[in-house]
Design a protein around this ligand. Structure first.
Ligand SMILES: [Zn+2]
Length: 391
């Protein structure tokens, strides 16, 4: 019998405590010095809590950090493309020493969300990290901007988490890797294709996932619901779109919709690798990588996020990319098509840019059904209506 892919690094490593262990550690953490975390760091801690960042067991120490930034490799040789770090200011760092235990606090809510044993504190080179990870040091890039405004010192070490924040409560589709693996197993799936998304699903996205579904046991639709950059459609609106799409246009028994709380880095190719590692942990054998995956602006070539998978060492990942091109409705083909399958001209295709789409929806105007399902457009028009009303 074919089996589900193994987790990255061989074993899931969830860091969430429960029961007596949780109560004791929490009580102890209330007495510890506090380190405040920004929203990205909190969501990374939750990813660690869930086991979604397996095999990581905490924030990276210097040797792992440098290996990841320079060669996408931790010191034991495990593939990892983007450093998972905890930053503090140099003033704060002066009061902390290696070997010490600290409480991890969500800076927005003031809540103690975990604790950490500081194994190392170290300074790092922001510009080098930006250039290696994002391939640019332009502060107009949202990932670079965040890097440039965070603390100058990293704390590395083992963490435990006390909660998964608001996510399990806010999203009925919240699920941990151990749970989706079990679901896939129960359904008898071994080939599962993941679809990462931070946008509402239009016909092109529907088509991508259906191409994947044609060649897999099932498809895992896995929207990111951590904080996004301004201008992106909020998670609750997108969730309505996904639910209505699945309800009306997908066979229920072959699709799983779940969410994860990470924040986008907008890191293009390197983020595509991170997305793949996470999906392998959730039990997926394949991952859809379309044009400009996880990109922003014009920082990455359209297919950089596909090519980077060809540069990995053999065996570094078990999950495989499904490399797909740009898709659209073609009036001459009379159906969905891609640049690989359609021989016609630009004007034969139903093409609407993101900017055009926002304009139409804000004006309450419905793009054609060949571009997006009417149920989805209704939700989006509603959203733009409430957004444009002054509070
Ligand atoms: Zn065509």
């Amino acid at each position: 019998m074919k089996r589900i892919v193994p987790p990255h690094g061989g074993k899931l490593n969830p860091r969430l405590l429960a029961g007596d262990e949780l109560r004791e550690s929490y009580r102890k953490a209330e007495t510890l010095p506090q380190v405040r975390m920004n929203s990205k760091e909190v969501s990374d801690l939750i990813m660690l809590a869930m086991g979604a960042f397996s095999p990581l067991d905490g924030f990276m120490t210097q040797e792992d950090y440098l290996g990841v930034v320079r060669d996408m490799e931790m010191k034991d040789g495990t593939l990892w493309p983007i450093p998972i770090t905890l930053s503090i200011s140099s003033e704060e760092s002066q009061g902390l020493k290696e070997g010490q235990q600290v409480a991890l606090v969500n800076d927005e809510s003031g809540e103690i969300v975990g604790s950490m044993t500081i194994q190392e504190k170290y300074t790092y080179d922001r510009q080098a990290e930006a250039l290696e990870v994002f391939r640019t040091d332009d502060s107009a890039h949202p990932g670079v901007e965040r890097l440039q405004t965070q603390g100058e010192v990293y704390l590395g070490g083992l963490v435990v988490a006390f909660s998964e924040g608001k996510y399990p409560e806010v999203f009925p589709e919240f699920a941990r890797p151990a749970e989706t693996r079990k679901m896939f197993e129960e359904r008898g799936w071994s080939t599962v294709a993941a679809f990462q998304t931070r946008n509402p699903m239009h016909r092109s996205h529907e088509y991508l996932t259906k191409i994947a579904l044609e060649v897999s046991d099932g498809v895992f639709i896995h929207p990111i619901v951590g904080k996004l950059k301004p201008g992106d459609i909020p998670a609750d609106v997108r969730m309505k779109c996904y639910r209505v799409m699945l309800e009306n246009y997908f066979p229920k028994e072959r699709i799983v919709l779940k969410v994860y709380p990470m924040e986008m880095r907008y890191g293009g190719p390197k983020e595509a690798i991170l997305h793949a590692i996470i999906r392998q942990n959730f039990g997926c054998s394949h991952m859809i990588i379309g044009r400009d995956h996880a990109g922003v602006g014009k920082y990455y070539g359209a297919f950089d996020a596909q090519h980077i998978f060809d540069e990995l060492k053999p065996g570094a990942l078990h999950i495989e990319p499904l490399k797909l091109d740009w898709t659209f409705w073609c009036y001459k083909c009379g159906g969905m098509a891609s640049l690989k399958t359609c021989p016609h001209e630009r004007e034969d295709r139903c093409l609407i840019s993101g900017t055009q789409l926002r304009k139409m929806l804000s004006a309450g105007e419905k793009p054609p059904a060949e571009f997006s399902r009417p149920e989805i457009l209704d939700i989006l028009i509603d959203y733009y209506k409430t957004r444009s009303q002054p509070e």
